[in-house]
Design a binder for this molecule. Structure first.
Ligand code: NAP
Ligand code: 8YV
Length: 315
């Protein structure tokens, strides 16, 4: 008996391919290159990155699109919903890794640890010569978290032992979160001196970290982004870091990856990482497993494990 055909339209974690091949007929191809007969056989998709409405429309029999990553902004889930197609993502299995990275990035930005290491490696540490004291400390800071979802809550929990004050902004107030709530991002930015962004890429979050918000954060302000680069006006951020409108930044994500603007690369007070917050072997393996398990569960038992809110599982 022939196996169910699953399309893998581009580069994806190797473990996804290995495990998919155990249960499915894997077709590695761009959907636009498939003829009608081949496209008509595809019932599942495993994707890391973009799968737009045209790609969805080119597969008349597709039932489930399993997306690698918790952010599924590359997949047109609203369009999938109109056609009764389920989209799944990989939530929760990466919360700890991403939250750990956010804390590392914060400490690096505040205490200049990467710069100090570069200074040492460049042979500058000599008798009587010490790396300058960092201008900032984490001690006594008031940290605002923009997005208190699965990952934002883990970041907040990790911040508690640092004895900093913690506040947050989301559209909906959390009934139980023991942190100060600010109904607007501007109010949060005015209240805090440290802002961590961990919101998804949506129409509402586009360039919401702008000159106005950075100015509200103030000259001792530190901005950390582990969400999406889409949320930031990068020109405004580079200008704010250069002029001293804010003090430092730590960024894991950028507007047009992998292109990082020279205006940011040139800045000594920005710590820059290549979108690696979930990038450890164990965490990426867990994400890969969840991509495959969603397909296995759907085709085996008719229930996806982690459907996105736009395409909830029925029943
Ligand atoms: P989540 O559980 O869905 O949480 C999202 C949070 O953002 C919620 O608290 C939500 O609260 C808030 N939010 C959404 N839209 C908002 C808006 N317009 N204004 C204010 N708050 C808003 O998602 P998650 O699992 O924590 O992941 C968050 C995002 O992190 C992902 O979508 C992804 O883009 C990014 N991410 C990045 C990496 C990386 O490698 N750097 C890794 C994993 C995830 P309300 O709905 O109440 O507003
Ligand atoms: C991944 C991410 O790096 O889960 C997300 O939303 O941004 C990261 O964990 C990405 O999805 C893999 O390409």
């Amino acid at each position: 008996m022939s196996r169910i055909a699953v399309l893998v339209p581009g580069k994806i974690h190797e473990r996804v391919l290995t495990r998919l091949k155990e249960s499915f007929d894997v077709v590695e191809a761009n959907p636009s290159t498939l003829d009608a007969e081949a496209a008509g056989k595809i019932r599942g998709v495993a994707v890391s990155g973009t799968f737009d409405s045209a790609a969805i429309d080119s597969l008349p029999k597709v039932e489930l699109i399993s997306s690698f990553g918790v952010g599924y902004d590359g997949v047109d889930a609203k369009h999938a919903a109109t056609k009764g197609i389920i989209v799944t993502n990989t939530p929760d299995v990466l919360n700890d890794e991403v939250a750990d990275t956010a804390i590392g990035l914060l400490l690096n930005a505040v205490r200049e640890l990467p710069r100090a290491e570069n200074w040492l490696r460049a042979g500058n540490w000599k008798p009587g010569q010490n790396y300058p004291l960092s201008r900032f400390s984490l001690k006594g800071r008031h940290v605002g978290i923009y997005g208190l979802g699965r990952i934002g809550q883990e970041i907040a929990k990790r911040l508690e032992p640092f004895k900093v004050k913690i506040s947050y902004h989301t559209r909906t107030r959390h009934a139980t979160a023991p942190y100060g709530y600010y109904p607007s991002l501007k109010d949060l930015a005015e209240a805090v001196d440290t802002l961590i962004s961990i919101v998804p890429k949506t129409h509402q979050t586009h360039k919401t970290i702008n000159a106005d918000i950075l100015s509200a954060l103030g000259p001792d302000g530190v901005f950390i982004n582990v969400g999406r680069g889409w949320t930031v006006d990068e020109e405004a951020l580079a200008a704010a870091l250069k002029s001293g409108t804010i003090g430092a930044a730590g960024l894991d994500v950028f507007y047009n990856e992998p292109n990082v603007p020279a205006s940011l690369l040139d800045l000594p007070n920005a710590v820059l990482l290549p979108h690696l917050a979930s990038g450890s072997v164990p965490t990426r393996n867990a994400m890969a497993d969840l991509v495959v398990d969603n397909l296995v569960e759907w085709f085996g038992k008719g229930r996806p494990l982690t459907p996105v809110p736009e395409t909830p599982a029925k029943g």
